[in-house]
Design a protein around this ligand. Structure first.
Ligand SMILES: C[S@@+](CC[C@H](N)C(=O)[O-])C[C@H]1O[C@@H](n2cnc3c(N)ncnc32)[C@H](O)[C@@H]1O
Length: 144
């Protein structure tokens, strides 16, 4: 498969390091496993046919599952959303139940939060702030 950029912004993401990390990998391997995937920058760079991705963050994993299994609906929903301070803080308050709604909220907040930071309080409530300079479209490529 062809290399692609990571979809998510993620603190500690390895997007810029991915080409160097790739050189450290063996030329042949049986199975690609990334136990702390985050934005999975190396995975997207290597683009293996099969992989196992894991992470402690259930919202992150739900996002990838929906991206894999229901990509058209996910993109369709996101493409109709506008970026604004008001909608960011409204979205932050929501507690969606369905996998698709959770993935939409996760992607929306990831794109607009400060540094792409996923931060929760003691109650597990997402509380990252909005980034300061904000594009009004969600269709900007990631730089993290
Ligand atoms: C620095 S980020 C990984 C960055 C990733 N290499 C990338 O390119 O985005 C670390 C990730 O490890 C996850 N993590 C931390 N402790 C973990 C654990 N004990 N088991 C699984 N995932 C864990 C976090 O949720 C976070 O997504």
């Amino acid at each position: 498969m062809k290399s692609v950029n990571p979809i998510l912004r993620w603190a500690g993401g390895k997007r810029r390091l991915a080409p160097k990390l790739r050189l450290l990998m063996p030329s042949v391997w049986n199975r690609y496993i990334e136990p702390m995937a985050g934005s999975a920058a190396l995975f997207f760079y290597v683009a293996p046919d099969q992989a196992i991705l894991a992470d402690l963050n259930p919202d992150l994993i739900n996002f990838y599952v929906v991206l894999r299994d229901d990509c058209a609906h996910l993109i369709g929903r996101l493409s109709h959303m506008r970026a604004s301070r008001k909608s960011y803080y409204q979205m932050r308050e929501l507690k969606p139940r369905s996998k698709l709604d959770r993935a939409v909220r996760f992607a929306y907040l990831n794109r607009l939060s400060w540094n792409g930071l996923y931060r929760v309080n003691k109650e597990g409530k997402f509380n990252s702030l909005l980034k300061l300079r904000m594009k009004t479209s969600l269709n900007q490529s990631t730089r993290h």
